[in-house]
Design a protein around this ligand. Structure first.
Ligand code: ZN
Ligand code: ZN
Length: 491
């Protein structure tokens, strides 16, 4: 007897799936025929009034967290500003924020008269930076790297986990993320509507790759794609027509970036980082579809050949890049594309108690090579945006990435720019965020440490004393009674 999964069989509950699996294991004559089923259960509703991140006025969609009071003016005074552009720090500055937007920046001695209800935040010479951006996270993932483990979880648990991880990310000084699969667009909407506190999120929703590739997490016996959790992380498509259709479907769901698998990877059971994923032709049609909708494509790309396939297909965001060669570095430069080296995940040794044996072997193999390759790309001057792959490693330590970039030869100021304005350019948000400038969103991070002499200190959230998002204080580790200025200037 041959079992063949179909879209209708995918509608079963987790209990049904478990029963299938158990029955299969007990049945020696049965074979599971892998047909890469896709969910096919759409609810046709009226057009949603909620716009996707690429539509409408971006300012109106700014995420607010839970504590927004955008009408009150906030003045951050006695600040040393590192503005995210790479310019030298400017001491004794003040920043005035109103309606969530930076309204005035200048020497503290020239601070204009402000309304009576202005909240003065005296940071006593501490450094203020733009809110950081992590362009590679998976908020629904928690570092449990046995794909079959998701078979034992209800789908909704992913989303509750995402809520907690969004808060942890904000606590670490990250006010904007790009979630490259696993979380639903609902998470971005929940932040946007102030239902939960978290970074503003641009979502890939599902990653897409070829059958047997990095987004195909099914084990040999489990029809993994049938499980909602597994299906949330990755979908499969083969051939240009199928890739085009799946890209259109993911874009329809609200994706603000399309995530593709250009190579194999560490955590997928049936491929390796050196293997190609989608072909150049498949990726080319996905780029075409994304571009048509005003969206760009990010590629999980670890092996040297797949990196080049992705770049030749027109992909602008190369994730990981661990095995990049000189030709790939030159293509990055020629195509004006970004490298997102995800060093926090790449350099973290695998935990054999959590990861499968195949993942431990692949991870150690890549880890031995990546530092040299990424350092060479840094030295060649490629554009770099900060991304951590948090979710593969625990959330809430995102800014450790800055220190690792500096360990591989990057100047501390360039690392800060990679986590602020350069990341904003990749996310196409640089017109409204990513640097401290009049007219931009007031996403700010305050630290008592000196980031230029001790960049590693930013990796510990305890050294982030304040996080301001859209002009509202959303994280405050100061002792407010002592640190808040009693200075109440009146109009
Ligand atoms: Zn990846
Ligand atoms: Zn990832």
């Amino acid at each position: 007897m041959t079992w063949r999964s179909s879209s209708s069989s995918c509608t079963g509950s987790i209990e049904t799936l478990a029963l299938w699996h158990d029955t299969y294991l007990q049945s020696t004559g049965h074979k599971y025929q892998n047909s890469a089923p896709q969910h096919d259960c759409y609810v046709h509703d009226v057009e949603s009034p909620i716009k996707s991140p690429r539509q409408g006025n971006p300012r109106s969609q700014a995420s607010g967290g839970l504590f927004v009071n955008t009408h009150q003016a906030v003045a951050v005074i006695n600040a040393t500003i590192i503005d995210g552009t790479g310019s030298a720090p400017r001491p004794q500055q003040s920043i005035v924020v109103r309606d969530g937007v930076i309204e005035w920046i200048g020497p503290h001695s020239e601070l204009p008269t402000l309304p009576e209800n202005t909240e003065f935040v005296d940071i006593d010479g501490a450094t203020v930076l733009p809110g950081f951006m992590d362009v590679h996270v998976h908020l629904a993932m928690d570092g449990s790297l046995n794909p079959a483990g998701y078979l034992h979880e209800p789908d909704a648990l992913l989303h509750f986990r995402g809520v907690r991880n969004a808060r942890r990310t904000l606590d670490a000084g990250v006010t904007t993320v790009r979630d490259l699969s696993g979380s639903d667009y609902a998470l971005a909407m929940a932040v946007e509507q102030g239902i939960i506190a978290g970074p503003r999120a641009i979502m890939a929703i599902h990653a897409m790759g070829p059958t047997g590739g990095h987004s195909d997490s099914r084990t040999l016996t489990v029809p993994f794609d049938c499980h909602p959790a597994g299906a949330h992380f990755g979908k499969t498509a083969d051939g240009e027509d199928a890739a085009r259709k799946l890209a259109r479907e993911i874009l329809r769901m609200g994706a603000g970036v399309v995530k593709v698998m250009a190579t194999g990877g560490v955590w997928s059971p049936r491929d390796a980082p050196e293997h190609d994923g989608f072909t150049e032709k498949e990726m080319r049609v996905i780029v075409e579809e994304a571009t048509n909708k005003g969206v760009y494509v990010a590629a999980h790309a670890q092996g040297a050949n797949g990196i080049k396939n992705a770049l030749r297909a027109g992909i602008k965001s190369i994730e990981h890049g661990y095995l990049i060669d000189d030709e790939g570095i030159q293509l990055l430069l020629d195509n004006d594309a970004w490298l997102v080296p995800t060093l926090l995940t790449g350099t973290t040794p695998p935990d054999p108690t959590k990861a499968t044996a195949y993942a431990v072997e692949k991870k150690n193999r890549v880890r031995a090579l990546l530092e040299k390759n990424i350092a060479r790309a840094f030295a060649a001057g490629v554009k770099v945006a900060l991304g951590t792959d948090s979710g593969v490693v625990p959330h809430g330590q995102n800014l450790r990435e800055l220190g690792i970039m500096v360990d591989l030869g990057m100047d501390p100021m360039r690392a800060i720019v990679a986590g602020t304005l350069e990341a904003a350019r990749l996310l196409r948000l640089d017109g409204e965020a990513g640097s401290i400038a009049v007219g931009k969103r007031a996403d700010l991070v305050v630290t008592a440490a000196n980031p230029l002499t001790d960049i590693h200190s930013l990796g510990d959230p305890q050294n982030i004393s304040l996080v301001i998002q859209n002009g509202a204080i959303v994280v405050d580790r100061r002792i407010r009674a002592l640190a808040l200025s009693t200075d109440r200037r009146t109009a």
